[in-house]
Design a protein around this ligand. Structure first.
Ligand SMILES: NC(=O)c1ccc[n+]([C@@H]2O[C@H](COP(=O)([O-])OP(=O)(O)OC[C@H]3O[C@@H](n4cnc5c(N)ncnc54)[C@H](O)[C@@H]3O)[C@@H](O)[C@H]2O)c1
Length: 459
């Protein structure tokens, strides 16, 4: 938990904001978190731990029922953590009328892409509509969902103003209303799932209000749970900050993916190159190649900006190129499976392939946008029989862009497979034993680093 004390406000607060400020800084405030998924649930737990009274809101009845029964539905969160939070006052509900009792409301709902790869803001819009009738004077409403600059001001605020039942307006910039207003801010979630080196509360929290009072209220709330907050001048700056971070990752991953493909042709080990380059004490930050991008952020968020850029007749060339390179990686992996099988005088058609790892990255239980899904589809198109093993997924059913109905295959009798394909380098796998027992291992993650065997095809 954070040990930070709140920074005294630099802004003169009107009475209605001052009351909220005091409740937020003394951590006696009621906080509503809407959307209890990978972002909203851990955030709720942090808030509870800090002493806030937290009510979680979701339209998913199962999640609400689980939480009310003290059960976790996210792999890395233990049931005991939910039980502890319940004792600290965590409640979960589908009843949005309870939002009226909150001092602050934080929205953590999905922001995916549509079938046409355009921003799907329907979750943000629907949630804002559902919340609007229940907002009250002086509340601060914070959006955490990743989105393009302008969403908070162009989409959220107009709905909140139009559809609240009390004639409230957002606090306008440069003014200090004494009544009849609510406050709005944007603060991006910057969590890195599976990262065990930086505690979540040590990731500085960027906060940008629609105006100064909103920034102060949101910042003092987050300073109760994060070691540091970073105040920025507007919601747009905060929205763009998150996109810059994710585009930076997306573009650099594309760069190393492209160099990996070239290095393979040149007979150079790209992972050894990256390790050597990483010894430079300045000017180089390592990124690693892989079978393609996954997760709810890096493959999606950059396209929120390229879509918005069109409004300004601007073509975001880096984003498009990175997308093109990264999206070609699953096909690259399949190409190396074909090559590996060829070396064994086998065709991919009719081959039995065990894929290791379904998750989009190691040691997590998240399948969204995982390259494994595309790789299965491509291998099946070529006539392969594909099975999978992943300790985080006993079964894989139906999702937004897939319908697989598969069950996890035990990790034994590996010599029955024509190829074992490593897509996710989970820490728990014993790669030495896997190589020893398999006929052919295609490794898209350098998980077999240090193992010298003619059975391994690295790609
Ligand atoms: N998962 C991450 O690691 C991560 C990291 C940084 C940022 N983000 C961003 O955070 C946001 C949320 O992502 P997530 O991974 O937590 O998504 P998620 O799908 O895990 O959770 C979203 C939750 O919102 C709920 N929901 C949907 N519509 C709702 C509505 N109208 N009212 C109430 N609840 C509703 C869903 O039932 C679900 O429980 C996204 O914008 C994402 O880009 C995610």
């Amino acid at each position: 938990m954070s040990t930070a004390t709140s920074t005294p406000s630099l802004v003169t607060l009107p009475k209605i904001a001052q009351e909220r400020y005091e409740r937020l800084s003394s951590r006696t405030a009621n906080i509503g978190v809407i959307g209890l998924g990978y972002v909203g649930l851990p955030l709720s737990l942090l808030l509870c731990e800090a002493g806030f009274k937290v009510t979680g809101f979701d339209i998913d009845v199962k999640k609400v029922t689980d939480l009310e029964a003290g059960r976790s539905y996210i792999f890395r969160i233990e049931h005991t953590e939910i039980e502890t939070a319940r004792k600290q006052g965590l409640q979960a509900t589908t009843e949005f009328s309870k939002l009226s009792d909150m001092d602050a409301i934080i929205l953590c709902v999905p922001t995916p892409l549509t079938e046409h790869r355009e921003p799907d803001l329907s979750y943000v819009e629907n949630t804002t509509r559902a919340a609007a009738p229940w907002i009250r004077e002086g509340q601060v409403i914070i959006l955490e969902s990743t989105t393009y600059p302008g969403t908070t001001e162009e989409l959220m605020i107009p709905i909140l103003e139009k559809e609240n039942t009390q004639g409230l307006k957002v606090q306008s910039k440069g003014a200090t209303a004494e009544s009849g207003v609510f406050y709005v801010a944007f603060s991006p979630e910057r969590e890195d799932p599976g990262n065990t080196t930086t505690a979540r509360h040590d990731i500085p929290k960027v906060v940008g209000g629609h105006e100064e009072i909103a920034t102060e209220l949101a910042a003092v709330l987050y300073e109760g749970i994060f070691t540091r907050s970073v105040r920025v001048s507007s919601t747009r700056v905060a929205e763009m900050t998150k996109l810059l971070e994710n585009i930076y990752r997306c573009v650099n991953i594309a760069l190393v993916n492209e160099l990996k493909v070239l290095s393979l042709k040149m007979g150079v080990d790209i992972w050894e190159v990256i390790d050597a380059a990483s010894t430079k004490p300045f000017g180089f930050h390592p990124f690693y190649p892989g079978p393609g991008l996954g997760g709810h952020c890096i493959p999606i968020d950059p396209f929120y900006l390229s879509w918005k850029a069109k409004e300004y007749d601007f073509n975001t060339r880096f984003i498009e190129l990175a997308g093109e390179v990264n999206e070609a990686m699953p096909a690259h992996v399949v190409q190396y499976v074909v090559k590996g099988l060829n070396q064994h005088k086998k065709s991919v058609n009719g081959s039995k392939i065990l894929m290791l790892g379904m998750a989009y990255k190691k040691d997590i239980d998240d399948l969204r946008e995982s390259p494994s899904l595309t790789i299965i589809e491509l291998l099946r198109e070529e006539g392969a029989e594909v099975l999978y093993n992943d300790p985080y997924f006993p079964t894989v059913g139906r999702g937004r862009h897939y319908n697989l109905n598969m069950t996890c295959t035990p990790l034994d009798n590996l010599d029955q497979y024509d190829c074992v394909l490593i897509v996710t380098d989970h820490t728990d796998y014993d790669y030495k034993a896997i190589v020893a027992q398999s006929k052919l291992v295609v490794d898209s993650r350098n998980a077999t680093k240090g193992i010298d065997s003619p059975k391994i095809v690295r790609c």
